[in-house]
Design a protein around this ligand. Sequence first.
Ligand code: NAD
Ligand code: NA
Length: 400
Amino acid sequence: MIIKPMIQGVIARSAHPHGCKEAIRRQISYCRTANPISQGPKRALILGASSGFGLATRIALAFGGAQTETLGVSFERGPSEKGTGSAGWYNNIYFRQAAEQAGIKAVNLVGDAFSPAIRQQVIDTLRAQFDGQVDLIVYSLASGVRPDPATGEFWRSSIKPIGKPYQGTTLDLERQILTETILPPATEQEIHNTVKVMGGEDWASWIETLIQADVLAPGCKTMAYSYIGSSHTNPIYHHGTLGRAKAHLHQTADQLHQQLATVGGEAYVAVCKALITKASVFIPGLSPYLLALFQVMKAKGLHEGCIEQMQRLLSHRLYPDSGPVITDHQRLIRVDDWELSEDVQQEVSRLLTQMTAKNFRELGDMDGYLNDFLNLNGFGFDNIDYTRPISPEELVRLKP
Ligand code: NAD
Ligand code: NA
């Protein structure tokens, strides 16, 4: 079997297992030589561990100096008649293999993080394999839907502006063109549902459940991820439905911070840089900004991918060599500082005002964007032989 990239709009329909393994290997080797996390946690639970920020957090925790034991939860598909399985499925497996080779415990649970069943599995696994204690809980889920536990129906998020329509351009990855996007403002119901899916309610429920189960180690920390952005992204993000959901997440962090004080615990939101992940390519209008941002930050030597962001977040913010967690005056951890620096934003503005459907490939970092997108699914690595057949039996034998 030869596996080729299949892209539909902004969705990748195939994943290359050997390339996923290579992506993990490269992230690990970065962490091994980076500025180390010297005060890291012993045991961590990562919700959303199989891709993007959650995966990078897990790799940095294990290989970036702290040798943290991790329990990872994710929603991924294995190989079947229907396809090769999702990239995250292979990321879980190859991460665990690498961690075990290094003598670092890693356990994967695949299932719906919104469900009561997976909460119980997490608690059972913590008790059986992690001394019934966890020192860090990272909440890094990105989902378009969440089941309402009361009715069994789904809340669906909408990525929309609030108050007035949004007009901009979006990169179609399949055809590699910029297309015009017009989005009507969200309804009250759409705002409400987006907050239900991407706000802090499920995070708070997880922490409450884990407190009740008495599996939080003294001094346990929890952290969720957010984005704020700048005037270029405000209309579609910060001032839109996603921004409302993140505002709710920030409030939740403050509430959890008080609640956790009883066990000497702490809760934070980390505001991160805009990066290309499975989730972020869905945000209409973000792509021209990303093209410009990557171009500018690479030219200035300030560019970070997911792994560099997470290593810096853990080593310099959440677990600094000495002293408390480093936050801004709103108690937010900021690793979007380089993205938002004045000279970066000025250069980005300059590029964006010149950018058109004709010149975006030259003005923006089109190669970098495409390559990051391909890499998410194990494609585009120059040292992987994509013409070499893979045996389906080999894939079926791999277990989470
Ligand atoms: P991602 O799609 O790469 O990762 C999402 C993870 O959630 C995956 O591991 C997936 O398996 C898991 N997941 C989704 N639904 C699940 C479910 N029902 N049960 C169990 N696991 C489930 O996304 P990402 O970009 O890494 O996003 C993670 C967080 O980071 C989000 O809160 C996002 O808003 C935030 N963030 C992202 C960016 C960015 O530019 N990508 C910037 C700032 C903040
Ligand atoms: Na450090």
